[in-house]
Design a protein around this ligand. Sequence first.
Ligand SMILES: Nc1ncnc2c1ncn2[C@@H]1O[C@H](COP(=O)(O)OP(=O)(O)OP(=O)(O)O)[C@@H](O)[C@H]1O
Length: 597
Amino acid sequence: MGACYSDLLQVKTWMTPSPFCVLEGETIRETVEKLEKLRVDCLPMIDRNSRFIGMITSRKLLRGFLYGMKEDELASSILLQDSVRVRPTDSILDVYSLPFDHLPVIDDNGRLVGVLTRRDILDGFSKYIHQLEQTQNSAEALEAILESAYEGIAVVDENGILQEFNEAYCRFIGIKREDAIGRHVTEVIENTQLHVTVKTGIPARGVLQTIHGEDMVVHRIPIWRDDRVVGAIGMLIFEGVTEVYKIYEKLLENNQKKHSEKEPFSVKQERDSLVTLDQIIGTSEEILHVKRMARKAARTAATVLITGESGTGKEMFAKSIHNLSPFSRGPFISVNCGAIPDNLFESELFGYDDGAFTGAKKGGKPGKFELANNGTLFLDEIGDLPLIMQTKLLRVLQEKEVERLGGVKKFPINVRIIGATNRDLKEMVGKGQFREDLYYRLNIIQLILPPLRERKKDIPDLIAYYMKDICRRYQMPAKRLTQEAVTAFIDYPWRGNIRELVNSIERLVTLVDGPVIDLKHLSISLKNAAEEKLNQQIPRNSTTTLIEEAKLEGNKKELEMILKALKNAGGNKSKAAEILGIHRTTLYQKLKKHEIQ
Ligand SMILES: Nc1ncnc2c1ncn2[C@@H]1O[C@H](COP(=O)(O)OP(=O)(O)OP(=O)(O)O)[C@@H](O)[C@H]1O
């Protein structure tokens, strides 16, 4: 292996550092709650010195419940003690063929320093293959990876023609490699969707596919080059799943029998409040880099500055850092500095004591700093903070104490600050609009979020995620975008970034009645933007996004048509829906949107 790859291939580059753990002494119930809350299938267990003891898997838990294990028993009783472990300096090429989804990473002192997942390894491989492509011997190296793989691996080109088919897959299908390569994937693999992945660019992880009468788990990953899908990789996972499903079904059966009893481990949770990096969609190198930085930031107490255009996910990153950090036990308090009138800043941030000023609430009021104690204070639009407040903020950061307005004593505070802005703070420093010393204090770790147009590769993933999410939220049957519509989305400049994309999907999902959203349903502006790009014209520069314009225009037209239909139907909503050619529930949603009773 060339020395230049050593860092790129090391486990520590790709692992998730400081992972969530089960602590020795925690019960089965606490463990199940953690697995549920974190939405994972497996967690490492450590002792009080952070030394790794073993892995807890949901499969082991299920089996435990089957055999009558109680929820207040110690989780260590079902520990997988002999679980395989890897070192931070191991190469991902060596650990790849280990047949486990979560590998604990242990340092020389036996301490758990991270967890390496299959997905981390795949991320590492894609980067490695990308590097190899620049060199001569890429074909041999690729072959070595494919042949040492434990899973079945198939690679197709943009036409769905098999380019690679490894030994493991050949054995499972019962075909010779030379008979498979060069054929269309549908002729070789039963029920495959790899040729569809190439068309849509939408990855699928952990989906079931029936091959030879068996339900197999597969991953399908598109391969991108310069904003275009040029192929796809299919992975067939052999181990474990059927057994887990059998146990799960059995458990369901048992639970149905004792339906009158209390749920054994119903868990109260606030899923929405637990934003983690896993919910930040995207596999582009740009977003993966920011996620790695964010993970590192979460491990420290340092202030973080997040910069990026509006709608790029600054708040989402801030919440993720909070939730992954030791401050997650405390609150996450968000302050939009752009929305507070100058004269209220001080009382908002630092609070006030009884009688501090005329009109002050009796008994006083705590400020955001106090409220965020032991947690995270997110100062959004920090570039809008007036200079006088910048000075006060700097003092709090230095002294780690706050004093309420009109107060007599100072409170010590332990708060992590995350600032965010879409303005160029460095430039503001140059113009004397932002204090240089504060800028350097805030900027200890900087996360620069790329605009969506610079990571178009993530657009199909985002579409897939939000289509599903929005349909579920509106309790509608699943809908999908045609390939042409997805392409138009990829070509669109998205000046409002992910927020604009989410709003567009929401509008399409609610406006289009059928299950398929086609190019014709996209707003005229969105289509024009795609055509504009095709014609290689320079995109216009405007503060209102095209989608926003289309939305305003479309909304006005829509309202006019609804009012006309209601008038013609004499106020009868079912009839109006019929006139408009839409379903009654769709009309109700639109009436709500336009605030018509
Ligand atoms: N990578 C991502 N994956 C999934 N959803 C995302 C991602 N980034 C942003 N979003 C979604 O986009 C929307 C905007 O995100 P967010 O509010 O975090 O952006 P922001 O940069 O803080 O915007 P602003 O500067 O305007 O406040 C939210 O609905 C968020 O859930």
